[in-house]
Structure formats: structure tokens, C-alpha cells
Design a protein around this ligand. Structure first.
Ligand SMILES: Cc1cc2nc3c(=O)[nH]c(=O)nc-3n(C[C@H](O)[C@H](O)[C@H](O)COP(=O)(O)OP(=O)(O)OC[C@H]3O[C@@H](n4cnc5c(N)ncnc54)[C@H](O)[C@@H]3O)c2cc1C
Length: 386
């Protein structure tokens, strides 16, 4: 029921083949370890070079940096397949940690960095030898990005950075954090820049325990007189706010794809369950009420997929998709919570068992309407651009 009979545009039969290969890699290398990594609240650092060697960090980057994208369009579609399939690894936190590295933190280096900067950080990130994070949020500035206060003060040869970054994915283990800082005198949107902060003196981090995404290393990063050399500036000085906003489009599309993949996986496990679970001598699916709940969940999934894939097609073709991606994120994140809740409910008491994976799926889904820009902020962007 949830598995599409033919590829949904913008994907074709060749993409389905690539998707099957990804599914096999995830089933062999990631899913069997998901429970242990969730329990440890960390997945091993060694996974980065392993995923890098398999080529999954380089799907949308050009071969000159070690990636495999034949074009922007095709690379984007393959990276989208990876986001869809990662939802089947059995741990939203694992998907978040890998995704934050290659799809959220590495893209600003790719888009705004010089060739030298790409050689230094992007190429090893694609190989999985260097771990990346994106540091925007602060204790006093989440939704209100323009309120960030981390300050970079000019010194000989670079900057001294002081401030705190909050809820940073890969925040404890990163080697390089693409960091939004205040370099200029202007307030709010003016005077913000992107600096690549490397782990070293003046940089410390502590883990944050949260509702879901347990395997993801979410950290609070403290920057105390952290020296950042001049050539770590990404893009133009004081022009970082526009770069942050540009980066959000792919991040939010990624999250929408992840939610679609998660809903597909949940229905794929719940449909066979209601077909085989006997209640009162009949399978659950014999109850009309059960069939209707599944039907509604499938409509939710299909509406989410249609919106997300349409946005993906436009984004891959090079269009600005601010409104489309905002709508897709708003639609998919809450939808994934609702579908996880229905699937758990249809499993009855068995749905509450940790080993069913459903409590984790529900906890992980619940982070979606908050991370990467909250539902309220998505509604606000849409309202303002109507
Ligand atoms: C697990 C996890 C991982 C994350 N990873 C990263 C990361 O890697 N890098 C990074 O930089 N950030 C990361 N974040 C931070 C995330 O982007 C922020 O949590 C999010 O943007 C919300 O900011 P906030 O938590 O400060 O909430 P606030 O901005 O304080 O919002 C609190 C509530 O008020 C609402 N609200 C705020 N402003 C308005 C408004 N104008 N109108 C109506 N309602 C409003 C919000 O929607 C929310 O419901 C992560 C967060 C989580 C939970």
C-alpha cells in the first residue's frame, strides 16, 4: 500500500535502483546497530569514514572534491534518496548526525567557500575524515536568528570568538563547526558572518540529553577567546545572514524528505501487523475502523510526499523554493508525528514496547516541528510572503 508501484517524479527507474542499493547498505551497516547506539546515546566516530568510503557523503558534490554528482540536478536527487532511505536506519538520531554533517554543515563550505577552503574542509568531510557541525542557535537566539550574540573580535591575523552555541548536532565531536558570529557593528541582520571554528583552545562542549534523536550527539558549545584565523571566513564579511537563510532551504527539504521516509517505513511495518494480528478470531484489518485510520495515514503520507517531491524537483532544477520548502516542512513534520502516533496506537500494547521501535519513532518525529525552524516560524515565513 505505501510502496509506490512506479517511481514518483522527479525520480525514475534508475533512481529506484540507487535507492535499493542504499537500502541494502543501511540494512547491513546501520540498522543492526541502531539499538546499541541509541542506548549509548552516541554512534561511533568510525562510522563517518565508513559512510564516506561508501560514497554517501559525496552524492551532491562534484568529483573534484571527492563527490560523485554528475550535475547539480542529479546530485541533489541522489542526496534526496539518501535522506529518504536514512529514515529506515532505525534511529532518527543516527540519521540526524550523518545528515547534519554532509547535508547541513558541509553545504555552506561548498557553496560559499574558496577552492582552498573546499580542499581543506569539504574534501575530508566527504571522505568522513573530518566531522562537521553547523552552529547557528544560541541560548538566547533560536527562532530569532538575527538575535545571535556570539561575538568575533578582530585581532592580529584573525578573530577571537566568544559566545555559546546551543543544540548543536555533532556538537561534541565536530572537528569543524560552520559558525554564525557577529563581526560587524550593526545589530540584527547586519554584521553577521560565517566562520569555520576548528576544535582547539577556547572551544569546549557538553552533551545535551533530549526527548528523541538519542544516538545524535547534540551539544552545547562554549567559545572562550577561541582564535579563528583570517582565512576561516566563509563568504563575505558581515553578509552571513543571507547565507544562513540560503542554507535553510536544503536543510528544510532534507527534513521533509526524512519525514516522508519515516512515514513510509512506519506504514510498511504497520500494514503487515494489522493483517496478521488476530483480535477476537479475526485479523485487525477486518475492522473498518482500523482500515480507515490506515487510509487516512496513507493520505497524509501521500500529501506530504507530493509536496516534498514537487519542491525537490524545483530545487534540483535550480529554482528558489523558499515558499514551497517552508510549506513542505510545515506539512511533513507534524504529519510524521501524527502517523507515528497512529501506527503506535494500532500496535496496541506492543506499540509501547521499546523493541518495537515505535516509541523511538514517535519521540524522534516529535523533534521535527522544532528543529531546523519551528512550525510557528514556518507559518510566519509563509504569512509574511503571501
Ligand atoms: C535535537 C535538536 C538538534 C538541533 N540541531 C541544531 C544544529 O545542528 N544547529 C543549530 O544551529 N541549531 C540546532 N537546533 C536548534 C533549533 O534550530 C532550534 O531549537 C529552533 O530553531 C527553535 O529555537 P529555540 O529552541 O530557541 O526556541 P524559541 O525560538 O525560543 O521558540 C520557543 C517557542 O516560541 C515559538 N516562537 C518563537 N518565535 C515566534 C514567533 N515570532 N511567532 C510565533 N511563535 C514563535 C517557537 O515556535 C517555539 O514554539 C537543534 C534543535 C534540536 C531540538
Amino acid at each position: 500500500m505505501s510502496a509506490p508501484p512506479a517511481p514518483h517524479p522527479p525520480f525514475d527507474a534508475d533512481h529506484e535502483r540507487i535507492r535499493r542499493e542504499m537500502r541494502a547498505f543501511i540494512a547491513a551497516e546501520l540498522a543492526p546497530n541502531a539499538d546499541a547506539w541509541e542506548e549509548a546515546r552516541y554512534f561511533p566516530d568510525e562510522l563517518f569514514p565508513k559512510v564516506g568510503a561508501a560514497g554517501y557523503f559525496g552524492l551532491k558534490f562534484e568529483p573534484e572534491w571527492g563527490g560523485s554528482a554528475p550535475s547539480f540536478q542529479e546530485g541533489t536527487l541522489r542526496a534526496a534518496l539518501w535522506a529518504l532511505e536514512l529514515a529506515r536506519c532505525g534511529s532518527g538520531g543516527l540519521a540526524a548526525g550523518l545528515g547534519a554533517h554532509s547535508e547541513i554543515a558541509a553545504p555552506p563550505i561548498w557553496k560559499f567557500g574558496t577552492d582552498e577552503q573546499k580542499r581543506r574542509w569539504l574534501a575530508p568531510a566527504i571522505r568522513g575524515e573530518l566531522r562537521c557541525a553547523l552552529g547557528i542557535t544560541e541560548p538566547g537566539a533560536g527562532s530569532d536568528v538575527a538575535g545571535l550574540r556570539t561575538r568575533a573580535t578582530r585581532v592580529d591575523g584573525g578573530w577571537l570568538v566568544n559566545g555559546e552555541k546551543m543544540f548543536i548536532t555533532n556538537g561534541v565531536r565536530f572537528d569543524a563547526m560552520v559558525t554564525a558570529v557577529r563581526t560587524g557593528e550593526g545589530d540584527r541582520h547586519a554584521g553577521i558572518s560565517f566562520l569555520v571554528v576548528e576544535r582547539g583552545d577556547g572551544v569546549s562542549a557538553s552533551p545535551i540529553h533530549k526527548l528523541g534523536w538519542h544516538a545524535s550527539d547534540t551539544g552545547m558549545v562554549a567559545l572562550q577567546d577561541a582564535f579563528v584565523p583570517e582565512d576561516h571566513l566563509l563568504g563575505q564579511l558581515d553578509q552571513g545572514f543571507a547565507l544562513i537563510m540560503a542554507n535553510f532551504q536544503w536543510e528544510r527539504l532534507q527534513m521533509s524528505l526524512g519525514a516522508v521516509g519515516a512515514m513510509e517505513a512506519l506504514l510498511d511495518m504497520t500494514i503487515p501487523f494489522v493483517q496478521t494480528r488476530q483480535v477476537g478470531g479475526r485479523p485487525l484489518v477486518a475492522q473498518q475502523a482500523i482500515r480507515h485510520r490506515l487510509a487516512e495515514a496513507e493520505v497524509t503520507l501521500n500529501a506530504s510526499r507530493a509536496m516534498t517531491f514537487d519542491t525537490l524537483g524545483r530545487f534540483a532544477a535550480g529554482h528558489d523554493v523558499l515558499r514551497e520548502v517552508t510549506m513542505a516542512k510545515l506539512q511533513t513534520q507534524r504529519a510524521a508525528v501524527d502517523v507515528a502516533d497512529v501506527c503506535l496506537q494500532l500496535h496496541g500494547g506492543y506499540g509501547t514496547l521499546e523493541e518495537s521501535g515505535l516509541p523511538r519513532a514517535l519521540r524522534d518525529a516529535r523533534l521535527g516541528p522544532i528543529g531546523g525552524g519551528t512550525d510557528e516560524i514556518m507559518a510566519e515565513i509563509l504569512g509574511r510572503t503571501m
